[in-house]
Design a protein around this ligand. Structure first.
Ligand code: BG6
Length: 488
């Protein structure tokens, strides 16, 4: 008789995901310092004719200008959706949907305003205490990302962000402060959000001003090396302070398919996927994988490492692999292919897939493939901590949002998760991205909405901020109540 797992496990963590810089607002309240995301000025994503998903980079000239003349620009990540003041109402809505978990991130600059202080900012710590207590009221387990695309801007100005080793100790100080404070309230932690995206945006991922480095690709790997060490140091600290906590790493999982069956294309797909897996390879196995040596040599990348680094990487390995999944890519053999691998620069269209309004290929089966590949490779529990559809929602005359397209997207991905579980994959939970509408990371738009809950605000930050459950809200509630069985 077959014993394979047919549905979601009883303790499956259903919920939703957010990040501090995309929801909190209150960017200068209660002692918070300015962070890199507070400097991401709104740039029209359609200015070049077609949609540009990545308007979030900042160079040193822009940073100076934004610091000198903030009044000339819009900075949507400074206002978010005012979660800072409305967290009670929002968490109550998540509880109404039946959330078992809620993914948030802590803003480093709220705890250490410049990153350099000896002592943490009490008001910042208090805010997250309030949020976790509110979650506890409803039995919602927090899942906390320690660094989600932001850091104190002072660290960019003084050190050019993660280019400097100094940041490792500063991050460990931050890690220890939040572990001490929340050790009895938070059991699931992720050190860095989507570290592999350093290859795509040095500023967003690593607080690095790209115009100040000579070789961008090398810089991405150098900054990543420092983050690997900081992550390992944080994991070690966590083991000491809260031995029962589960520590995870996180990547943006993009499966690369070969364009044809031509062996050269197949080989390129293998290499693209290796470059994406490089990040969890280091964090799960505690060492750089063999394939990187040749890659570094052939791309003129010299990562400065010091004595003791290898030991630290070994000592700070993670318990689970978290990942976001939005799309798959297509790749082919071409001279510059290795430089594009695993990043968002893949220009080849997959004729079998539909695109979202932001041109993101929709590929639920790619999720099943990803789950299987990640599990085969690491054999540690997986956690799908981001997935969802960015879409322009329309508020009807009767004040409703009929987002059947979102329901359809999430339903298809849940079906593939279930299939992967039947394939033998150990999946801890699922937190859909932007469970409440929030500011887009890549474009700073409010109009790119992912939520089950509509937030009345436009791209310029105008609106009542009223929260309105969409059709998908009631649908997800049924999904959770039936532990993923009722999908209609
Ligand atoms: C992930 C990020 O890559 O994608 C989130 O971790 C982000 O912060 C999400 O919001 C969706 O991207 P975007 O650009 O649509 O907000």
């Amino acid at each position: 008789m077959s014993t394979f797992q047919k549905g979601f496990p009883a303790n499956f963590l259903w919920g939703g995901a957010t990040a501090a810089n995309q929801i909190e607002g209150a960017f200068d309240k209660d002692g918070k310092g300015l962070s890199t995301s507070d400097m991401a000025a709104f740039k029209d994503p359609y200015a070049g004719g077609s949609v540009n998903n990545f308007t979030f980079d900042v160079n040193s000239e822009e940073l100076e200008e934004y610091l000198q003349h903030p009044e000339k620009y819009l900075f949507p990540k400074r206002w978010g959706i005012d979660f800072y003041h409305r967290y009670k109402e929002d968490i109550a809505l998540f509880a109404e949907m039946g959330f078992k978990t809620f993914r948030i991130s802590i803003s480093w600059a709220r705890i250490f305003p410049t990153g350099l202080e000896a002592e943490p900012n009490e008001k910042g710590l208090q805010f997250y205490d309030n949020v976790f207590d509110e979650c506890a009221k409803y039995g919602i387990e927090p899942l906390v990302t320690m660094s989600h695309y932001e850091m104190p801007i002072t660290l960019t100005q003084k050190y050019n962000g993660w280019m400097s080793r100094e940041l490792i100790a500063l991050f460990e100080k931050y890690a220890r402060a939040i572990f001490q404070r929340y050790k009895n309230k938070v059991n699931y932690w992720i050190t860095f959000n989507e570290m592999n995206m350093n290859l795509n945006s040095l500023y967003t991922g690593a607080g690095v001003l790209a115009d100040k480095v000579e070789n961008k690709l090398e810089a991405a790997y150098q900054a990543s090396h420092h983050q690997f060490l900081a992550s390992a140091a944080a994991v070690k600290a966590a083991r000491e302070i809260m031995p029962n906590a589960k520590m995870g790493c996180m990547i943006n999982q993009i499966e690369s398919y070969a364009k044809t069956t031509k062996p050269e294309d197949q080989l390129q797909a293998l290499k693209s996927n290796q470059l994406n897996m490089f990040y969890p390879d280091v964090k799960v196995r505690g060492a750089y994988p063999a394939y990187m040596e040749r890659y570094f040599a052939e791309n003129d990348i010299h990562v400065h490492m010091e004595e003791g680094d290898s030991e630290l990487l070994k000592e700070g390995t993670v318990d689970f692999v978290a990942f976001s999944y939005y799309m798959s890519h297509v790749t082919e053999a071409r001279p510059d292919a290795s430089k594009l691998a695993g990043t968002f620069d893949s220009p080849i269209k997959n004729e079998y897939l539909e695109l979202s309004e932001w041109d993101w290929p929709i590929d639920p089966i790619g999720l099943r493939i990803s789950l299987n590949k990640l599990y085969d490779r690491y054999e540690v529990p997986l956690f799908l901590v981001e997935n969802g559809l960015g879409a322009k929602d329309v508020l009807t005359a009767d004040g409703k949002i009929h987002d059947d397209y979102r329901i359809d997207y999430i339903k298809k991905h849940i079906i593939e998760m279930k299939e992967a579980i039947r394939d033998g994959v150990e999946l801890m939970g699922y937190t859909t991205w932007g469970c409440i509408d929030l500011i887009s990371c890549g474009t700073s738009q409010m109009s790119k909405r992912y939520g089950f809950i509509y937030v009345d605000q436009d791209d310029e930050g105008k609106g009542s901020l009223k929260r309105i459950p969409k059709d998908s809200f009631y649908w997800y509630k049924k999904v959770i109540a039936s532990n993923g069985e009722e999908l209609e």
